[in-house]
Design a protein around this ligand. Sequence first.
Ligand code: HAM
Length: 426
Amino acid sequence: MVEALQAITGMNDILPEQTPVWQYFEETVTDLLASYGYKQIRTPIMEYTGLFKRSIGEVTDIVEKEMYTLDKEDGKSYALRPENTAAVVRSMIEHGLTHAGRVQKLWYYGPMFRRERPQKGRYRQFHQIGVEVFNLAGPDIDAELIALTWRLWKLLGIESAVTLELNSLGSLEARNNYKAALVDYLTTYKDQLDKDSQSRLSTNPLRILDTKIESTKTILVNAPKFTDFIDEDSSEHFKGLLMRLDTLGIPYVLNTNLVRGLDYYNKTVFEWTTTALGAQGTVCGGGRYDGLFEQIGGKPTFGVGFAMGVERLILLLKELGKIPTALNQLDCYFVAVGEGTDALALKLSEQIRDQFPQLKLQVNTGGGNFKNQLKKADNSCARYALILGENELSQQKLVCKPLRDDTPQQLVDWADIASHLKQLLK
Ligand code: HAM
């Protein structure tokens, strides 16, 4: 027997019963983004590996261990995108869309790929909706991005389950000075650090601040604090952001250990986290990356953005019971029983669609007796069954039978059925 093939570990099918929730989520976010004046950009899912190495950073987990790369005979290396900020920046430079200070407010949606250990909320193919804004330097745009996400959580009804964590990473120079002080301090405790942190001490010391290991956390309690190293400009920027969040009434928590897993950030970084999903609690993350254009070979350009994990947000909606009922519910299911009725059902349903294009109408296919078709109508979750039997055929009428309440069924002329349904579904 031939062995049945399965999907790749960590890469999931989104099955028909799950897609209505995805569509609900996608529509909610994309309508919101349009209402703020953001435009969509679509970039390929593969890029040259060098793009991600240069932007995310050579010694990050993503670049070191998690990229799916394809090395070709021509000496070129390609990677499935682990994230999309770098690709959007690459696209701006390539097409000259941020030249001469031109402001861009963009969003994207699509699959990202990271070879992580799969678990609830962590997959190898996952989806992000992200936003990137270019050529705006002030904290007002950082605040707008946060206000936009806050509005989204409120629209979805999950605002009480998420927390905004904020930090400032300052300028490159301030960060380097701080890094040196942190390494000095931690080197005295090197033997007591966990293995990961020991190796990060020489590669990516700031990531140690992010540790989940209790013994390392204890050592960090007395470590130098970045607040003593932050530069004046970044400090003012951060104060400006906090002032605006206070004005908007958006609650936040300051977290000086928040460093993020990608190297391109400066000044503002933020994450929206939840305790409702276990270990994978970050549903959205982002920040400023004013040096990234130059790192990739472009002119200095301010950049700020975020990306949210769609799988995690859908899990959260489920966990909190916030998925609206009757998503994509059918309005009508057309039941046709008896000689010649199925062709007529097709014709009548097309006529109804001409007059009522918004109607969600499914016509029974594949035959079946009355009981069997009515059962299918019920299982479809439609609100009404339209019934065409031999009696109705001879009278040129249809029965319109409510399936979700006890109101009486009605006999309606073929010519009036669309307006009757419009009235019912108003
Ligand atoms: P990130 O924090 O790596 O940032 O990813 C953003 C979000 O994607 C995370 O908060 C999480 O919700 C989701 N996510 C990440 N990895 C996985 C995974 N393996 N499975 C499921 N969901 C996941 C970025 O990617 C930056 N590009 C965000 C950004 C945009 N910064 C500025 N602009």
